[in-house]
Design a protein around this ligand. Structure first.
Ligand SMILES: CC(C)(COP(=O)(O)OP(=O)(O)OC[C@H]1O[C@@H](n2cnc3c(N)ncnc32)[C@H](O)[C@@H]1OP(=O)(O)O)[C@@H](O)C(=O)NCCC(=O)NCCS
Length: 160
């Protein structure tokens, strides 16, 4: 990752609160009606891996992974503080998540809201392909687009 920024697994409650605070103050979560409490529930749900990107000890962004269930390798959340956007941190977090996920499974999944054009552009650039559309999934009038990046079938995958 960029000079001076490191990405690490965190189990720190202060980081979880910071992540929920970032989320609740910005789209897509504003439009999706997810307030701070709902965001904090999503961050602290069981079986999540939360990684924080920090610069001089200050959290600038987070990525949250789900490594269980049918869609093992699901990037649940990517979020960068508004003042730190456009510096490559979001790209770094997704790349980091891919490396982590591909150690275990050959698929990375992400959902992106239909109105979130910026994030869609970012994922397209990183090689994600649209695999489905979940119509009116969270709120009426906006869809969730399911994206996937794959290294091949699950059967026989040995990890990277
Ligand atoms: C999407 C997001 C994680 C990208 O993080 P970032 O650190 O700004 O991204 P990078 O600097 O690595 O890459 C820049 C790309 O991200 C997107 N981006 C950058 N700033 C953005 C902003 N303020 N809002 C939305 N997307 C932005 C654009 O695609 C941009 O590419 P472009 O130069 O072609 O426009 C960040 O903008 C964010 O937290 N947005 C709000 C939450 C969100 O939408 N998360 C994704 C949910 S699926």
């Amino acid at each position: 990752m960029k000079h001076g920024i490191n990405i690490r697994l965190t189990k720190d409650a202060a980081d979880f609160r910071a992540c929920a605070k970032f989320m609740a103050a910005t789209d897509p979560w504003l439009t999706l009606g997810r307030d701070y409490k709902a965001c904090l529930r999503a961050v602290t749900a069981p079986a999540r891996e939360v990684y924080a990107a920090k610069e001089a000890g200050r959290a600038l962004g987070f990525v949250i992974l789900q490594m269980t269930g049918t869609f093992r390798g699901y990037i649940q959340t990517v979020c960068v503080a508004p003042e730190a956007r456009g510096r490559g941190i979001g790209t770094g977090l997704v790349r980091f998540a891919e490396e982590r996920i591909f150690k275990d499974v050959p698929n990375v999944f992400i959902c992106v809201s239909s109105f979130n054009r910026g994030a869609q552009r970012l994922y397209r650039r990183l090689g994600y392909k649209k695999t489905g559309k979940l119509k009116d999934f969270i709120v009426k009038g906006s869809d969730e687009i399911l994206l996937r990046k794959t290294l091949g079938p699950i059967a026989g995958y040995r990890g990277k």
